[in-house]
Design a protein around this ligand. Structure first.
Ligand code: PEP
Ligand code: MN
Length: 338
C-alpha cells in the first residue's frame, strides 16, 4: 500500500503517518518527490494494512494499493526515475552509462590496455570479471582477489569506476573494497542469500536478468535488494533462452520499455551476452538505446581471439570506438546523451 501525502503536508503530519504505520506492524518507506511525499507500507504479505486507518489522517491525500508483488521496485511506489550514483553523473538520467571492458581480467597488461582503450573511446565505467561463473568447472574461473587488485590499478590509471561480479554472500565485503558496482550475474539472479548480502551494502548493484527469468522475477529479485536497504539497483537485460539457436541468447528488447514502465530503476542492456557474436553487438546496442535503455555494458578485449572467456562476442577497441560514435547519434534521436 502507498500513502500519498498532500502537496505541502507538514513534517509533523508525515511523522504521525509513519508512527501509525509502525504501530500497525508494518514498515514505512519514505519517498520524497519533488512535489509530495509518498509513504510506502511494507510488511508481511499474509496480512494487509487497512487503508481506512490512514485515509482520514491529517495531510493524507489518498491511499493506494500497489497491485504488483514487487513494491519498492515499482513505479506506483516511486513515480520518479531513480538515479544510481556512479562516476559523478549517475545512471538513469539523460546521460547514458557506457560500461565496457573484457569479460574476465586476465593479466595486468590486458586489463590496463583495455581500460585505456575504452576510456579513450568514451566509456564511463570499466567492467571485468575477477570471479567468473563458468558453465564448465574446467574453464578459467577468474583470478579472484588478484583480479580485483588489477581492476583497482586500472581505475587509478584511468579514473573509470569498476563494475565486477560477486558470486557469494561471503565475498561481498571483499568485492566492496575494490568495486564501485557489484554485478550479480544471470546465474545468480535468484540467489537470495547473495541478494540479501548486497542489499546490506550501499554499493550500487547491477542485477542481471536470469537467462530463464521473467521480467516479474527480475523485479522480485530487485525487491530483495531494495527491501534489505539498498536502493541503488540497476536492472540488466542480457538476453534470455529461447528455441532460437542462431544467437547465444535472444535479446528481449521488449523488456527494456516494460521495465521502464513498471519500475523506476535504471535499465542497462548487455548486447554482448544477448547476442554472443561480436558482429551483432553494434545493432543490438543501437536498438537498446532507441528502446530507452539507460546504459550499455559491452565486452571489449584488446585481442578477442586470445580472450580467456567470451572472445566471440568481444569487440576490438576500434570497433567499440565506432559503436560509441554510432550510439551518440541514436542517443541524440531519443533525447539522450553519451
Ligand atoms: C558477464 O558479464 O561476463 C557474465 C557472466 O554475464 P551473465 O551473468 O549475464 O551471463
Ligand atoms: Mn562474459
Amino acid at each position: 500500500m502507498v500513502i500519498v501525502m498532500n502537496v505541502g503536508a507538514t513534517a509533523a503530519e508525515i511523522s504521525a503517518v509513519i508512527a501509525r504505520v509502525t504501530e500497525t506492524g508494518f514498515r514505512a518507506h519514505l519517498v520524497e518527490g519533488e512535489e509530495r511525499t509518498i509513504i510506502g507500507v511494507i510488511g508481511d504479505d499474509r496480512k494487509a494494512a487497512d487503508p481506512e486507518l490512514f485515509n482520514l489522517m491529517a495531510g493524507v491525500d489518498h491511499v493506494m494499493r500497489v497491485s504488483k508483488p514487487y513494491k519498492l521496485a515499482s513505479r506506483e511506489f516511486h513515480p520518479k526515475d531513480t538515479i544510481v550514483p556512479l562516476n559523478g553523473t549517475g545512471v538513469g538520467g539523460k546521460k547514458l552509462a557506457v560500461i565496457a571492458g573484457p569479460c574476465s581480467v586476465e593479466s595486468r597488461t590486458q586489463i590496463l590496455e583495455a581500460a585505456h582503450a575504452v576510456k579513450e573511446a568514451g566509456a564511463t565505467a570499466l567492467r571485468g570479471g575477477a570471479f567468473k561463473p563458468r558453465s564448465s568447472p574446467y574453464s578459467f574461473q577468474g583470478h579472484g582477489e588478484a583480479g580485483l587488485e588489477l581492476l583497482a590499478e586500472a581505475r587509478a590509471e584511468t579514473g573509470l569506476p569498476i563494475v565486477t561480479e560477486v558470486m557469494e554472500p561471503g565475498l561481498v565485503p571483499l568485492v566492496v573494497k575494490y568495486a564501485d558496482v557489484l554485478q550479480i550475474g544471470a546465474r545468480n539472479m535468484q540467489n537470495y542469500a547473495l541478494l540479501h548480502a548486497v542489499g546490506e551494502s550501499q554499493h550500487p548493484v547491477l542485477l542481471k536478468r536470469g537467462m530463464m527469468s521473467t521480467v516479474e522475477e527480475l523485479l522480485m529479485a530487485a525487491e530483495y535488494v531494495l527491501s534489505h536497504g539498498n536502493g541503488r539497483v540497476m536492472l540488466c537485460e542480457r538476453g534470455i533462452r529461447t528455441f532460437e539457436t542462431s544467437t547465444r541468447n535472444t535479446f528481449d528488447i521488449n523488456a527494456i520499455p516494460v521495465l521502464k514502465q513498471r519500475s523506476h530503476l535504471p535499465v542497462i542492456a548487455d548486447p554482448s551476452h544477448a547476442t554472443g557474436k561480436w558482429e551483432l553487438v553494434n545493432s543490438a546496442a543501437r536498438a537498446a538505446v532507441a528502446a530507452g535503455a539507460d546504459g550499455l555494458i559491452i565486452e571489449v578485449h584488446p585481442n578477442p581471439e586470445e580472450a580467456w572467456s567470451d572472445g566471440a562476442q568481444s569487440l576490438r577497441p576500434e570497433t567499440f570506438a565506432k559503436l560509441v560514435r554510432e550510439i551518440r547519434r541514436v542517443a541524440e534521436a531519443v533525447d539522450r546523451t553519451v
